[in-house]
Every structure is written in C-alpha cells, then in structure tokens.
Design a protein around this ligand. Structure first.
Ligand SMILES: *[C@@H]1O[C@H](CO)[C@@H](O)[C@H](O)[C@H]1NC(C)=O
Ligand SMILES: *[C@@H]1O[C@H](CO)[C@@H](O)[C@H](O)[C@H]1NC(C)=O
Ligand SMILES: *[C@@H]1O[C@H](CO)[C@@H](O)[C@H](O)[C@H]1NC(C)=O
Ligand SMILES: *[C@@H]1O[C@H](CO)[C@@H](O)[C@H](O)[C@H]1NC(C)=O
Length: 272
C-alpha cells in the first residue's frame, strides 16, 4: 500500500512538473485590436486599462507599450509553432507593463526612485500581478519570467539565453527600434498598428523621460546607458565617483597600501 501510494504521488509530481503552468493560446479568449488577434483575459484587460493612465501626460508611452504588445502578438500569430511555445498572457502583461517605471507623475506608484527604470518596471509589474484577483494563477516561475523579460530589456545579449517568454517580451520591445520592418510581421499589421497607435513622438518622448531620470534620480542612472543623457543634457550631472571604474581605482589605492612589497607585472601589451 505504501509503495503504491508512493508511486501515485510520484506520478502526480512528475505530471505536474511536465505540464507547464500556462494556458495554451487556444484555450484563452481573444479579441482584435488594430486588426491583431490578442489574448483578452481579465488580467490582460486590466493591464491595458492601467497603461491608459499614461495617455494624459505621456501618450508616447501608452502608444509604445501597446505597439510592443501588438507587434509581438502579430509576429507570434504568424508562426503557429512559436505561438504554441509562448505564454501569450504573460507576453501581453509583460509587454504592456514593461515601462511602468517611466511614469513621471510625482506620486507614481510604479517607481520607488531606487533602481534603474527596467528594474522598477519589472518589480511594479510583478506587484500588479500579485495584487490582481487572477494573480493566484501565476506561480513563482511565471512571475520570474515576467520580471526577467522586463528587467533585462536593455541588457543586450543577456535575454538571448533566457527562456522563450523572457525572450519574446524583449524581442517585442525590439520591434520598436528604428530598423527595417521585420519579416516576422506581415506588412498589414505594421500598417494597422502604426495607424491606430502612432509612434510619432516615441523617440522625443523617450529622450525626455530618460533625461528626467538623470535630473530626478541620478543615482539610478549611474553605470547604465542612461548616464549619457545626463552627460549630454543635464548641467552639473556627473557619474564620476560612482562608476565601477571609480570603485576599482579605489581598490588599487587600498591594495597598494596593504601590499606595498608585492609587484604587479602586466601581461604584454595587446596590439589593437
Ligand atoms: C517558426 O518558429 C519555430 C520555433 O521558433 C521555428 O523553428 C521556425 O523556423 C519558424 N518558422 C518560420 C517560417 O519562421
Ligand atoms: C514608426 O512605425 C512604423 C511602423 O512600425 C515604422 O515603419 C517606422 O519606421 C517607425 N518610425 C520610427 C521613427 O521609428
Ligand atoms: C486601425 O485598425 C483597423 C483594424 O482594426 C484598421 O482597419 C484601420 O485602418 C486602422 N486605422 C488606421 C488609421 O490605420
Ligand atoms: C532630449 O531631451 C532633453 C530634455 O528634455 C532636451 O533638452 C534635448 O533637447 C532633447 N534632445 C533632442 C535632440 O530633442
């Protein structure tokens, strides 16, 4: 008896491990937005409604995250194999919430002013899901994929070796960068997404938001690509003293004090 009960629980455990905790795309309700078929569950609708808050002050932000979602969905819809591999609800929530930390309202609930915006956005997205009535369907693994897809969005190369859900949040954001249209997305969807959710102020809005981080929360921009916006546009901005470079220079001085008799012989110079 004990033995067979053990087998049953082993079988349960392994089937639970084998079946990923995600809904297959075909099981979820869908709707059309700008002609693109997208998942239409309650949590996706609520994530979409949340980002509409940005329309008043930062319309470029609302349009950007919706375009990210729709262009990504159009690419996934275009390849049934790929579509079956990706958690489409996670993709929708992650795409829509991937820049929550850009919120420039003084009382923003989405940015604690302690971390770079990618981290703030990832953490805010996880908090949104945890607080949502349907958040109980998100296990720790799913939340981690959400966090990774958002927090790693600007760390070029890092997402490439993560799971497919993380990769597709980042890839979808990538469709927004200036580049030739991707063959993964049929032309008609580029046209209808662009027509309904314009990118006409995306880069000026991005430049303004990034510069504001350097003014308001400069410490969150040090050792990130954002520091260039401070150097270029913010009088008095400097990350000198806070760079990893500075930390290592300080280490050299400490080391020379502690080990005055130890010689260091550099490797032969490299030719460039
Ligand atoms: C569709 O996606 C699958 C899985 O990523 C990939 O192997 C395949 O090459 C793709 N097909 C096309 C036509 O792009
Ligand atoms: C705006 O989006 C359209 C369609 O995606 C694209 O063809 C165009 O190059 C984009 N413009 C900019 C400035 O990125
Ligand atoms: C908006 O999307 C619809 C499809 O839902 C499309 O028919 C329409 O042409 C798009 N609007 C513009 C201005 O492109
Ligand atoms: C970028 O944004 C900053 C701050 O708003 C502004 O001073 C600067 O002129 C902008 N750059 C361009 C090229 O528009």
């Amino acid at each position: 008896m004990k033995f067979s009960a053990g087998l049953v629980s082993l079988a349960l455990a392994s089937s639970a491990a084998a079946a990923p905790k995600k809904c297959r795309s075909t099981d979820l309700p869908t709707t059309l937005i700008a002609g693109v078929e997208v998942v239409n569950t309650q949590i996706v609708q609520d994530a979409h409604n949340l980002v509409k808050e940005f329309n008043e002050l930062q319309p470029y932000l609302y349009n950007h995250v919706v375009r990210t979602w729709l262009l990504g969905a159009a690419a996934l819809n275009n390849n049934a194999t790929l579509k079956a591999e990706v958690d489409l609800e996670l993709h929708a929530v992650g795409s829509l919430l991937h820049d929550l930390g850009w919120d420039q309202r003084d009382n923003t609930p989405y940015n604690t002013h302690k971390y770079r915006f990618e981290v703030e956005s990832g953490s805010a997205a996880v908090n949104f899901v945890k607080a949502h009535p349907d958040g109980k369907n998100w296990d720790a693994n799913r939340l981690e994929r959400l966090y990774d897809g958002i927090s790693l969005q600007t760390l070029i190369g890092v997402p490439d070796f993560k799971n497919i859900d993380t990769q597709w949040i980042v890839k979808s954001i990538g469709f927004e960068f200036p580049q030739p249209r991707s063959p993964l997305i049929p032309e008609q969807f580029y046209d209808s997404v662009q027509g309904n959710f314009t990118n006409s102020t995306l880069f000026r809005g991005t430049n303004d938001t990034f510069t504001r981080f350097c003014v308001k929360d400069p410490s969150t921009t040090y050792n990130t690509f954002l520091a260039v916006f401070g150097d270029e546009y913010v009088p008095g901005y400097t990350e000198n003293g806070a760079r990893l470079f500075d930390l290592i220079q300080g280490g050299i001085q400490l080391e020379l004090g502690q080990y005055p008799d130890v010689a260091f012989t550099p490797l032969p110079p490299v030719s460039s």
